[in-house]
Ligand binder design. Structure first.
Ligand SMILES: Nc1nc2c(c(=O)[nH]1)N[C@H]1C(S)=C(S)[C@@H](COP(=O)(O)O)O[C@H]1N2
Ligand SMILES: [Mo]
Length: 539
C-alpha cells in the first residue's frame, strides 16, 4: 500500500505547479467516491428502515430532530417562504449538507482511509442517536443508521483502495498511477447496488403500510345520527376565484411536524383516556367509536401560523363522536363543575402533544373525535384513523392528528409541544377576513368588479364584512347565509372600479360586535392580526 507521504500530495492546493497533475483527478475521484458511499449509506439505511420502521431512517430521524429544535422565527420563516413544501426543502437541505461532507471525507480518503471511515461512522452515530431519541423510538431504531454507516465505510474503503497510487514502471513520466479500471468497475457496482437497495426499501415500506391502507379502504362510515345542515347558499352567483364553501381534501392545507406521515392500521388502533379526575379510565378501539352516535358538522380549521391573507385555513365536513360525551363517560368534569383538570393533552403516535382547555371542550360546542372528512375516512395526511377538532381553537391547541392518547392534567403541570416553543398555551381563533379575488396585482377592466373572499370567527360567528378602496369609506359586503358559527362565510362587494392603481382592504366584525383590529401583529404567540389588503391596477 502506498505510504501516507505520497498520498498527502492529494491535499496540496491547486496551482502548486511543482506537483504532478496526475493527482488532481484522483482528488476529484476521491470526492466522487465520498458521494457514492453516501448514496450507498442512504440506500442501505432505507432498506433497513423498511424492516424496522420508516421513522427510523437517518434522513427522517435527523430531519425530525431538526424540526423539534427549530426556533419559532425559523419555523415561521420556513412556513412563510416554503409553505407546505417546507419539509421537502428541509430534506433537500440535509441532503445538500450530507453531499458536501461526503465529498470532503471522500477527497481525503485515498490518503486516509481509516480517517474517512471514522468520519463516516461518526455520521452514522449522529443518525442512530437521532433515531433512538425520536418519539416512540427504541434501540432497534439505531439499526438503519448503523447499517448505512457500515455500508458506506465498506464502499469508501473499497473505492479509496482503487485510488491508491502504485509505483509506475511501464508508463514513466508520472510518479505513479492508480487502478482506473478497478475504480470504474467498483464505483458502478456500488451505484447499481445502491439503486437496487433503495428501490427495494421503498417497495418494502409501501407493503409495510399495506395493513393501514387496507384498514382505511375497508372503513365504512356509518350514517351520522345528526347530519350537517345543507351547504348554505353562496355569497353570489359563482364568483371566479372565490374559495368554495367546502374545501376539497386536495386543497386543504396541511401543517404538521411529520416527515413520514403515520400510517396506522385502524383495526389495531386504541385510544386511552386517563389522568386527573378520570374516575373510569377508558380504552376504545376504532370500531367502538364507529358504533357510537356520530355527528356530522361543517367546521373551519385555522392554523395559528396563518399570516393575514394566508391559505392555512380550510372548511370541511367532518364526521365524528362528541368528545365531551366520551369524557363524561370517563368521569371527567370540567373545572366549572369542580373537576381537578383544566387541560386535556392529546398525544399522537408521532409524539405530538396538543393541549386544550377542558372547559372549552366540554362547554357544549361540537368538539369532535373526527373519523371522516368530506364524506370519506380521514385521509392519512389529515390524521387517519382519528383526530381531534374543537371549533374556535387554532389547530395547534385542538386538532391533534393520528390521535393515540388523551390525558387530563393541568396547564400548571404540563406544557404541550408548541407551548415549549414559545406559543401561547391557549389560543382562540381571531376574527379574520381574506380577499380571494381580485388577486394581488390583477388588472381588471374598469366597471363593476366583484371583490370577494371569506371571513371567519369560529364559534362567535361573522356579523359583518366591510371593504374600502384607497382608505375611503367602508362598504358593507353581501354575506353568504350562515351555516353555523363554526364555519367561515363567503362575502362579495360589487366594486364600481375606475382605472388606475387601487388598494382594497377588508375587515370583519364578529357576532360579539368586535371588529378586526388594523394593528399588524405576527403569528407568534397566538395568531396574526391586521387587515388583508390587495393592490390592483384597473385598466
Ligand atoms: N400529530 C399532529 N397533529 C397536529 C399537528 C402536528 O404537527 N402533529 N399540527 C397541528 C396544527 S399546528 C394544525 S394547524 C392542524 C392542521 O391540520 P391539517 O393538517 O389537517 O390541516 O393539525 C394539528 N394537529
Ligand atoms: Mo397550526
Amino acid at each position: 500500500m502506498a505510504g501516507v507521504s505520497s498520498d498527502q500530495k492529494v491535499l496540496v492546493p491547486e496551482g502548486d505547479t511543482a506537483r504532478p497533475a496526475v493527482h488532481r483527478p484522483r482528488a476529484a475521484l476521491g470526492a466522487l467516491s465520498g458521494l457514492i458511499s453516501g448514496l450507498s449509506a442512504l440506500a442501505a439505511a432505507e432498506l433497513a428502515a423498511a424492516a424496522v420502521r420508516p421513522e427510523a431512517g437517518p434522513l427522517t430521524a435527523v430531519g425530525g430532530a431538526f424540526i423539534d429544535r427549530t426556533p419559532p422565527w425559523l419555523k415561521d420563516f420556513a412556513v412563510r417562504n416554503f409553505g407546505t413544501h417546507d419539509k421537502l426543502v428541509l430534506q433537500l437541505g440535509i441532503l445538500a449538507v450530507l453531499a458536501v461532507l461526503a465529498m470532503a471525507v471522500g477527497s481525503v480518503s485515498p490518503g486516509y482511509r481509516r480517517t474517512g471511515c471514522a468520519a463516516v461512522l461518526l455520521f452514522g452515530a449522529v443518525g442512530a442517536v437521532a433515531a433512538v431519541e425520536r418519539p416512540g423510538g427504541g434501540p432497534l431504531d439505531a439499526l438503519p443508521s448503523a447499517v448505512g454507516a457500515l455500508t458506506a465505510c465498506g464502499v469508501l474503503y473499497l473505492l479509496a483502495g482503487r485510488l491508491t497510487l502504485r509505483p509506475s514502471r511501464a508508463e514513466g513520466g508520472a510518479d505513479g498511477h492508480f487502478d482506473r479500471r478497478g475504480f470504474v468497475v467498483a464505483a458502478s457496482g456500488a451505484v447499481a447496488a445502491s439503486a437496487g437497495a433503495g428501490v427495494l426499501g421503498r417497495r418494502l415500506s409501501v407493503s409495510g403500510a399495506a395493513g393501514a391502507v387496507a384498514s382505511r379502504k375497508g372503513t365504512v362510515l356509518p350514517a351520522p345520527a345528526s347530519p350537517a345542515r345543507p351547504v348554505p347558499a353562496g355569497a353570489g352567483p359563482r364568483i371566479p376565484g372565490l374559495s368554495p364553501f367546502t374545501t376539497p381534501v386536495k386543497d386543504f392545507y396541511r401543517v404538521d411536524t411529520a416527515l413520514v406521515v403515520p400510517r396506522i392500521d385502524a383495526t389495531r388502533w386504541r385510544l386511552r383516556i386517563h389522568g386527573k379526575g378520570v374516575t373510569r379510565p377508558l380504552t376504545v378501539g376504532f370500531d367502538d367509536l364507529l358504533r357510537r352516535e356520530l355527528i356530522e358538522r361543517d367546521i373551519t380549521l385555522t392554523c395559528v401560523s396563518n399570516e393575514v391573507g394566508g391559505r392555512y385555513v380550510g372548511n370541511a365536513r367532518w364526521i365524528g363522536v362528541r368528545l365531551a360525551d366520551l369524557l363524561r363517560e370517563a368521569g371527567v368534569r370540567p373545572p366549572s363543575e369542580g373537576g381537578p383538570a383544566d387541560q386535556l393533552v392529546a398525544r399522537s403516535v408521532d409524539g405530538m402533544t396538543i393541549g386544550s382547555p377542558v372547559e372549552t371542550v366540554m362547554d357544549g360546542r361540537d368538539a369532535l373525535l373526527a373519523v371522516g372528512m368530506n364524506g370519506e375516512p380521514l385521509p392519512f395526511d389529515h390524521g387517519f384513523p382519528v383526530r381531534m377538532l374543537v371549533p374556535g381553537l387554532y389547530g395547534y391547541v385542538s386538532a391533534c392528528k393520528w390521535l393515540q392518547d388523551l390525558e387530563l392534567t393541568t396547564f400548571a403541570d404540563y406544557d404541550a409541544y408548541w407551548v415549549k416553543r414559545s406559543w401561547s398555551p391557549t389560543a382562540t381563533i381571531k376574527t379574520q377576513s381574506r380577499i380571494d379575488t381580485p388577486r394581488p396585482f390583477a388588472s381588471p377592466r374598469s366597471g363593476t368588479v366583484p371583490v370577494a373572499g371569506v371571513a371567519w370567527a369560529q364559534h362567535r360567528g361573522i356579523a359583518r364584512v366591510e371593504v374600502r378602496v384607497d382608505g375611503g369609506e367602508w362598504h358593507t359586503a353581501r354575506l353568504a347565509s350562515e351555516d353555523s358559527k363554526d364555519t367561515w362565510r363567503q362575502w362579495v362587494w360589487e366594486w364600481p372600479a375606475t382605472s388606475g392603481s387601487h388598494t382594497l382592504e377588508v375587515r370583519a366584525t364578529d357576532q360579539d360586535g368586535d371588529t378586526q383590529t388594523d394593528r399588524r401583529a405576527g403569528t407568534v404567540p397566538d395568531g396574526a392580526t391586521g387587515w388583508h389588503s390587495v393592490v390592483v391596477a384597473v385598466t
